[in-house]
Design a protein around this ligand. Structure first.
Ligand code: SF4
Ligand code: SF4
Length: 330
């Protein structure tokens, strides 16, 4: 116990003792001031002192590596939000590179189905030594409620890796599943999420993650089966863009469910009813006519940048045309 805590405890005990052993004042003597000479500590004061003391201990006990983790995580997350707010393609790619390098290969710290297992079991790491982990999980939860699957569109190192891969793969190698098939396949990830959770609840075998998510690849540490599955997945991803994220990822499925709560949704114009420009541009199959599927959208910005493009977006083209035609009609 630290000095502050000992002193506070002694002060409280001393104060209580004094109150108990001081004899009642004689009526012949003037009544002493009720508070005079007694320590003014209440239980609330002691609690506050103890909390302050624990905070000091927590901060003091953080190692240099832990402080580095917190700063690194805050920078990656902060930059991702900055790039998202700026709607900049260049900044988005910088954000991808930071996620792959730092969260992927350097820290191997991605949101995983294992985190969902831990939450189900109420098994949380010690806050004092896992602040970076709480930052990542807290950011993912809060940003998903605010904007939808921003984690998938910007932070997840595997998602960033496959999105960058998509940029270097020749378009002629790509196959886009027809929209109806795409929508059906998108349900597969929810089936996988449900099956894995049931398996875990029945067996407590958290190692199942190795066969349902490829995030371990950033550790470069897998067995033959895992590497074979990963190789097959990456080859298939060359042909069908974002294949794992769209159809197979259980974390993406869980975030997709939370995304239905999205507060700040993407704006749609009335003209989006008939226009297909954004629907064709969306690489995630999230747009169906005038509707954006909150569960599938990863806030990649592609459609939002189109909305703001006054040379391409039908909404703006009509708006710019109106002033020219109106004077002629009158
Ligand atoms: S769907 Fe899964 S792999 Fe893809 S970006 Fe989201 S969490 Fe990462
Ligand atoms: S293009 Fe628009 S709807 Fe499609 S994923 Fe990107 S932000 Fe979401």
């Amino acid at each position: 116990m630290s000095l502050v805590r000992i002193v506070a405890a002694l002060a409280l005990v001393t104060g209580l003792s004094a109150a108990l052993i001081v004899p009642p004042a004689s009526p012949a003597q003037p009544a002493p001031d009720a508070g005079a000479g007694q320590p003014e500590f209440s239980l609330e004061d002691l609690d506050a002192l103890l909390e302050e003391d624990e905070l000091e201990e927590s901060v003091a006990s953080l190692s240099g590596a832990e402080i580095g983790d917190i700063v690194g995580m805050a920078l990656v997350l902060g930059f991702a939000v900055f790039s998202f707010m700026r709607k900049s393609v260049a900044l988005k790619y910088v954000s991808f590179a930071a996620s792959i390098a730092y969260l992927g290969f350097y820290k191997s710290n991605l949101v995983s189905i294992v985190n969902i297992f831990a939450i189900l079991e109420g098994n949380f790491p010690d806050v004092r030594h896992s602040i970076a982990w709480y930052l990542l999980i807290g950011f993912t939860a809060v940003s998903t409620v605010l904007w939808g699957r921003l984690y998938c569109g910007r932070i997840c190192a595997f998602g960033a890796f496959t999105q960058l891969l998509d940029r270097i793969v020749p378009a002629r190698l790509r196959f886009d599943p027809p929209p109806r098939l795409d929508r059906r396949l998108a349900y597969l990830k929810y089936v996988i999420l449900g099956a894995v959770l049931l398996y875990f609840l029945a067996s407590s075998d958290f190692l199942v993650y190795r066969y349902v998510e490829p995030f371990w690849m950033f550790t470069l540490n897998g067995n033959v089966v895992m590497w074979t599955l990963l190789g097959t997945l990456l080859l298939a991803t060359i042909v069908i863009r974002n294949l794992y994220c769209r159809y197979l990822c259980s974390v993406g499925a869980a975030l997709g469910l939370i995304s239905n709560l999205t507060v700040f949704k993407i704006k749609r114009w009335q003209e989006c009813q008939g226009c297909k420009i954004c629907e064709k541009a969306c690489e995630w199959g999230a747009i169906d006519g005038p509707t954006i599927s909150l569960a599938e959208c990863v806030r990649c910005d592609d459609c939002e940048r189109l909305y703001h493009d006054e040379q391409k977006c039908v909404h703006w083209l009509i708006l710019h045309k109106k002033p020219k035609t109106q004077p002629a009609a009158s």
